[in-house]
Structure formats: structure tokens, C-alpha cells
Design a protein around this ligand. Structure first.
Ligand code: IMP
Ligand code: MG
Length: 336
């Protein structure tokens, strides 16, 4: 299977970083390309005993042979990007598309000072919305206009499509999640772009006929940061009782927590065209699942939950994450 798009099935923070890191080390893709909005995302990955929250570089960097790309649909904050290049030591294998639009200081300022964006919608304040507005207005600066980005500039769609012609594996790392999509989410409490698999493919220059698998990632419960509807939300005290307290990677805000939403999962599976599902943080909901790496080792209630996700969505759950370690995972793909 040469092309896999990884997408989030809820409101972001499903644990895509961990899943992408596992796929990178296990499947050894030739290219790992980041798609999605921009540095409003924080993908968490544990690497050499360090917890990293990556906002621009693909989490798949943990596989050191992969070429790392950022597609033209993605917004770049050069300062954030350059810091992450140093942190991950990826200067020699990162490529940024010439046409990525740039987040400038005035976009961040506009995002943070807007009563509507920061106050009502609860944005991340990273300037993504105003930068996409500038892009739509055909006024944005592009990566090719920024001299610090010169060493990284490339043609991402060309690199990816060339790799596919040579039958090489390409992994596309989407960001945010289905419920935050500008088209399909809980408008106006959404991000500044569509965040489903079709857009992630477009972000990196892949046509719809080139996608072989869409792997949709769900967390075993649901979280949301910022405002907006959340049908299965539980009170913060109940989340504490369950031992599920989370803080956002980019903003540090406490996340709202809820139980798994099967209706959201079904719609998200449909619109993403998911062919496989990954479920993360299963150990946080079912404590006896911690570190389990075989289906038979899962507690019965966890197995029942996974089977219900499969029967409601009609899509196989191929990956089940049971801990923060990259290898704390049940991989059912080969047995499928
Ligand atoms: P913006 O993307 O910063 O404009 O924020 C719009 C909404 O999307 C807010 O509710 C944010 O909290 C949410 N959001 C944006 N990116 C992410 C993400 O990567 N994870 C979770 N929520 C996000
Ligand atoms: Mg996140």
C-alpha cells in the first residue's frame, strides 16, 4: 500500500503523533509529509526519553531514513519551524514547499487581539486564521519569499508523485480533527480550513486516485479545547475521577473531556472515507490495558469497546495504542 493518509476523527489531539511515529518506524516510508492547517497543531511524540510537541515537522522524523516534507497547503511560522529543525536535527532531510503561506507577526497579533477569534471561538492564538485570510485575499507572503527558508525549498507535490511512480511508501500526516473542519465541523467553532483526508491529500499535492488507505485516529474518549458544542462532555470533576486530565500541547489550556461519541465517529468515518481506524489512549480508559501488545491480552471491556467501534462504523480497528511508548501498540493489520 503506497499511500496512507492519517487523519483525526474527533476535535484534534487524538494521538496522531504517536500513531504516525509508530507507522514511520514500523513501515519505513520513503516520504513523510505534513498536511493540515499549520503550527496551531501540537503533535506529541516521545523520542529518546523526551516528550516533544511538534507543530511543524512531521512526527515521523523518528524514522531517520525518511525524507520529511511540508506540503503547500500548510502554513509556516519560520521561527517555530527553525526551532524544531534544531530540536529534531532534521536540517539535511526536511523540504518545505515553495508555496507554503507564511504566518507573520501581524497575523498572530490579529488572532490574539480579536474578541471574536480568541474570545468567542477560543483559537490557539498562533495566527493561523488571519494568515489563511491573507492567503484567500491573495496577499500572503510565501515560503519562497523568506530567505531563512531558502535551504529547505522544494516542490513537494513533484517529490511525492515521483516517489509513488517508483512504488515507494508515502505517509501523509494530517493535523487537527474532523470536528474542527471549516466545512464539516461545528461551525463557527472550527479552525480556518477543512481538516479531512481529502484536504490533507490536496495539501501535499496528491490527487484523490492516489490515496490507498485513510487511517482515521480516535481517542478512546473525546477531548476538545476552545469553545463549541460537545454532546458527550462530562464535568471536569468526573474526568478527574476517571484519571483523564489533559492540557493542550500548544496553548497549555485544560482540555474539555467527554465519553466516546459514536455518532461523531460514524460521520467522521464516512466523510474521511476511512479504510482503517486507530484507537489511542485505551490504557487511560481501561487501566488493565496498559502496555498490552497483543489482542488476547486486552481486558474484555476494552475488547467489547473496540468491537463496538468496528460494528458502528463498519471499518476495521487495525491499531490500538496502549501507552505513550511508540511500541505500546496492538497492530492487527497483518492478521486482517
Ligand atoms: P485556530 O485553529 O487556532 O484558529 O483555533 C480554532 C479552534 O480549533 C479552537 O477551538 C482551537 O482550540 C482548535 N484547534 C486548532 N488546532 C487544534 C489542534 O491541533 N488540536 C486541538 N484543537 C485545535
Ligand atoms: Mg495536539
Amino acid at each position: 500500500m503506497p499511500t496512507v493518509v492519517v487523519a483525526g476523527g474527533q476535535w484534534g489531539d487524538e494521538g496522531k503523533g504517536k500513531i504516525v511515529a509508530y507507522l514511520a518506524l514500523h513501515d519505513k516510508p520513503h516520504i513523510i509529509a505534513r498536511a493540515g492547517v499549520g503550527p496551531n497543531a501540537g503533535h506529541t511524540v516521545y523520542y529518546q526519553n523526551q516528550k516533544l510537541g511538534l507543530r511543524q515537522i512531521p512526527c515521523g522524523f523518528v524514522y531517520e531514513q525518511a525524507r520529511l516534507l511540508i506540503g503547500p497547503g500548510v502554513l509556516i511560522n519560520p521561527e517555530v519551524l527553525l526551532k524544531e529543525v534544531e530540536l529534531t536535527n532534521t536540517r539535511n532531510r526536511l523540504g518545505v514547499d515553495r508555496q507554503c503561506a507564511i504566518i507573520e507577526p501581524q497575523h498572530i497579533e490579529a488572532d490574539r487581539s480579536s474578541v471574536h477569534l480568541r474570545g468567542k471561538i477560543g483559537t490557539t492564538g498562533t495566527g493561523c486564521g488571519p494568515a489563511n485570510m491573507a492567503r484567500v485575499a491573495r496577499q500572503a507572503k510565501l515560503a519562497k519569499d523568506v530567505s531563512e527558508l531558502e535551504p529547505f525549498l522544494t516542490d513537494v507535490p513533484l517529490e511525492i508523485n515521483r516517489a509513488l511512480r517508483e512504488n515507494k511508501l508515502v505517509l501523509v500526516e494530517g493535523s487537527q480533527g474532523f470536528g474542527l473542519s471549516l466545512y464539516h465541523g461545528t461551525y463557527p467553532y472550527v479552525t480556518s480550513k477543512d481538516t479531512t483526508a481529502s484536504s490533507f491529500a490536496a495539501d501535499v499535492g496528491l490527487g484523490p486516485t492516489k490515496i490507498d488507505e485513510v487511517l482515521l485516529v480516535f481517542k478512546a474518549y473525546v477531548s476538545r479545547v476552545g469553545g463549541g458544542p460537545f454532546p458527550t462532555e462530562i464535568p471536569p470533576q468526573e474526568a478527574e475521577r476517571l484519571g483523564i486530565v489533559e492540557y493542550a500541547t500548544v496553548t497549555g489550556r485544560r482540555r474539555r473531556i467527554g465519553t466516546f461519541d459514536f455518532d461523531l465517529a460514524k460521520r467522521s468515518t464516512m466523510i474521511n472515507g476511512a479504510t482503517q481506524i486507530a484507537i489511542t489512549c485505551v490504557d487511560r480508559l481501561f487501566k488493565d490495558a496498559a502496555g498490552v501488545r497483543e489482542w488476547d491480552g486486552l481486558p474484555d471491556d476494552a475488547k467489547k469497546f473496540v468491537e463496538r467501534v468496528e460494528s458502528e462504523t463498519g471499518v476495521p480497528v487495525t491499531l490500538i495504542s496502549t501507552g505513550t511508548n511508540i511500541n505500546d501498540i496492538i497492530d492487527r493489520r497483518e492478521k486482517g
